[in-house]
Design a protein around this ligand. Structure first.
Ligand code: RB5
Length: 150
């Protein structure tokens, strides 16, 4: 299950993202927003991120105007590693090296076809593990309020 969240500025990208999920046969849960009426992006970032952190959804995709605000909001939820992507290379690496579990994009930044390529790339990539697992473990230490410093 893929969690979807967006604000009013990200909503026009949502049908394009959903078209990729349908193409890949992946079920999704849409946490809104559902109209162009102005809303606060942190709410929708939190909704989608909590669904991922709780295990209800395996991965999440969030959208706002830039992808920045909703991505920051998602990253405030413990257990979430959200990447803001405007290119396919970062999308691929964020899965292979960082085990990112939420993807953020900006509807005012990427066009619909690039966004679809980013989503396809991100959803079909896999975590490489090995040395990257140690580093993701360090991210989890920071996420839990711990430190990596002596
Ligand atoms: C809304 O105007 C805009 O600020 C929001 O979608 C997002 O880009 C914030 O980071």
């Amino acid at each position: 299950m893929i969690a979807i969240g967006c604000d009013h500025a990200g909503i026009d990208l949502k049908p394009h993202v959903i078209s990729v999920l349908e193409e890949l046969g992946l079920p999704y849960k849409d946490f809104g927003t559902f109209s162009h009426e102005s809303v606060d992006y942190p709410v929708y970032g939190e909704l989608a991120a909590r669904a991922v952190a709780s295990g209800e959804c395996e991965l999440g995709i969030v959208m706002c105007g830039t992808g920045v605000g909703i991505g920051i909001a998602a990253n405030k939820v413990r257990g979430v590693r959200c990447v803001m992507c405007s290119d396919c290379y970062s999308a691929l690496m964020s899965r292979e090296h960082n085990d990112a579990n939420v993807l953020a994009m900006g509807a005012r930044v990427v066009g619909s076809e690039l966004a679809k390529m980013i989503v396809r790339t991100w959803l079909t990539a896999a975590f490489n593990g090995e040395r990257h697992a140690r580093r993701v473990g360090q991210l989890q230490t920071l996420d839990g309020g711990g430190t990596l410093l002596p």
